[in-house]
Design a protein around this ligand. Structure first.
Ligand code: FNR
Length: 190
C-alpha cells in the first residue's frame, strides 16, 4: 500500500533549514510513503467568524489535510514553542467544531535548530496540540536535529552518513506507525 503523506514545514523562511530537512526526508522515505507538501504561506490569520464559509486558501488547505492519509510536521522552535504560523494552520484545519480534518490522522513530528537541544520543547507543545486534535502521534523514535553548517544541502542531500541513516530509520518507523493507525478512506491508494 502507498500512503499519501502531507507534510507541513513550520517556517516561511526562504532559506529554512527545516525545509531542507523535509526535502531530505522525502528522499529518504520508504517508497510506500508519497510525501507532498501542504503549504501554509497563503493562510490568513484564523478567525472563527469565517467558520461558516472558509476563505478559499484556508478551504484548499483544509481539503489537502482531509485527503492525506497521514501528516508529517517539520518545524522549527520559536521561543521554546512552535511558530505562530504552524499553530495558525492547525487552528484552520481543526475547525469548525465537529469538522476537524486532523481527527484520527496518524502523525509524526521532527525539527531542526542550531541549538543543542534542537526543537525538543517545541515538539512537547506540539504533542499536546495534536493529542487534543485526536491524532495518533508517533512517540518513538523522537527526532531533534541539531543543524550544523552544511548538514543538509539545498537539494535535501544529507552530508553526514550517520544522520542520513537516522533519518531513513525514522521514516521507516513512521511507515510502521501509519500502517498501524491509518483510517480507511479516500486518501490511500491500494
Ligand atoms: C529562533 N530560534 C530558536 N532556536 C531554538 O532552538 N529554540 C528557540 O526557542 C528559538 N527561538 C527562535 C525564535 C525566533 C523568532 C527565531 C526567528 C528563531 C532559532 C531557530 O532555530 C533558527 O532561526 C532556525 O534556522 C529556524 O528554522 P528555519 O526557519 O530555518 O527552518
Amino acid at each position: 500500500m502507498t500512503y499519501n503523506v502531507g507534510y507541513i514545514v513550520g517556517s516561511l523562511s526562504r532559506d529554512s533549514i527545516n525545509r531542507r530537512l523535509a526535502l531530505a526526508l522525502r528522499r529518504l522515505a520508504p517508497a510506500e510513503l508519497d510525501l507532498v507538501e501542504i503549504p501554509i504561506d497563503a493562510l490568513p490569520l484564523y478567525n472563527r467568524d469565517h467558520d461558516a464559509s472558509y476563505p478559499p486558501s484556508a478551504q484548499e488547505f483544509k481539503d489537502a489535510i482531509a485527503s492525506a492519509d497521514a501528516l508529517l510536521l517539520v518545524t522549527p522552535e520559536y521561543n521554546r514553542s512552535i511558530p505562530g504560523v504552524l499553530k495558525n494552520a492547525i487552528d484552520w484545519a481543526s475547525r469548525p467544531r465537529g469538522a476537524n480534518a486532523l481527527d484520527g490522522k496518524p502523525a509524526a513530528m521532527i525539527g531542526a535548530s542550531p541549538g543543542s537541544i534542537s526543537t525538543a520543547l517545541a515538539q512537547q507543545h506540539l504533542k499536546t496540540i495534536l493529542a487534543y486534535s485526536d491524532m495518533p502521534v508517533m512517540g518513538q523514535p523522537e527526532a531533534y536535529i541539531q543543524f550544523t553548517q552544511g548538514l543538509i544541502d539545498a537539494e535535501g542531500t544529507v552530508t553526514v552518513p550517520s544522520t542520513a541513516q537516522f533519518l531513513s530509520d525514522y521514516m521507516t518507523a513512521f511507515l510502521a506507525h501509519v500502517d498501524r493507525h491509518h483510517l480507511p478512506g479516500p486518501g490511500a491508494s491500494r
